[in-house]
Write a protein that binds this ligand. Structure first.
Ligand code: SF4
Length: 159
C-alpha cells in the first residue's frame, strides 16, 4: 500500500528539504556532500529545495532537542501531503550519543512519523543516496535480514 503510494506520488523525482534538529553537523556535511556535483543526487531526481512548502520529503539530521520540538512540528505541517520523513544518522534514529541526556527527547520518531531510517555516524553520501533510492523504489534492496545468534565459546577452544 505504502509502496504503491510512493510509486504513484514520486514517480520521477523527489524534492527534499534538509533540517538539523541538534546534529553535530557531521550528518549535514554528508547530506550536502551527496548533493554536490561529485555524487550528483540530481541525476536520480533528488533535488534540494529552499522551502518546506516545495518539498516532497524532509531529511532530518540530529537528535531532537527539547527546544526544537515546536519548530520541527511546524516544519512538518509546512510540507504538503503526501510527504516522506527520512531520519539520517544514529542521532536522528534514536538519539545516538545523546540518548537519555537532559535536553534531548530522542530520535525523530518521537515527534514525527518517520518513514525511512538511514543509519551511520555519519552515514556516507553513498549510503544516503542508496537509502533514498531504496525508498523511491529505484533500486531493490540488496541485503536480506541477518539473524545473529550467540555462539558457544567451546567452538573457539580447539587447543
Ligand atoms: S549521527 Fe554522528 S555525525 Fe550525525 S549528528 Fe549524530 S554524532 Fe553527528
Amino acid at each position: 500500500m505504502f509502496k504503491t503510494l510512493l510509486n504513484k506520488c514520486f514517480k520521477k523525482s523527489i524534492w527534499v528539504y534538509h533540517t538539523n534538529t541538534g546534529a553535530c553537523n557531521g550528518c549535514d556535511i554528508e547530506v550536502i556532500n551527496a548533493l554536490t556535483p561529485y555524487y550528483d543526487a540530481e541525476r536520480f531526481g533528488i533535488k534540494l529545495v529552499g522551502t518546506p512548502r516545495h518539498a516532497d520529503a524532509l531529511l532530518v539530521c540530529g537528535p531532537v532537542t527539547r527546544q526544537v520540538v515546536p519548530a520541527l512540528k511546524c516544519l512538518y505541517d509546512s510540507v504538503p501531503d503526501p510527504k516522506l520523513i527520512i531520519a539520517i544518522g544514529s542521532c536522528a534514529i534514536g538519539g545516538g550519543i545523546w540518548y537519555n541526556t537532559y535536553n534531548v527527547i530522542g530520535g525523530v520518531d518521537k515527534v514525527l512519523p518517520v518513514d525511512y531510517f538511514i543509519p551511520g555516524c555519519p552515514p556516507r553520501p553513498e549510503a544516503i543516496l542508496y537509502g533514498i533510492a531504496v525508498a523511491l523504489g529505484l533500486v531493490k534492496k540488496k541485503v536480506s535480514p541477518v539473524i545473529l545468534k550467540e555462539e558457544s565459546p567451546e567452538k573457539w577452544m580447539t587447543f
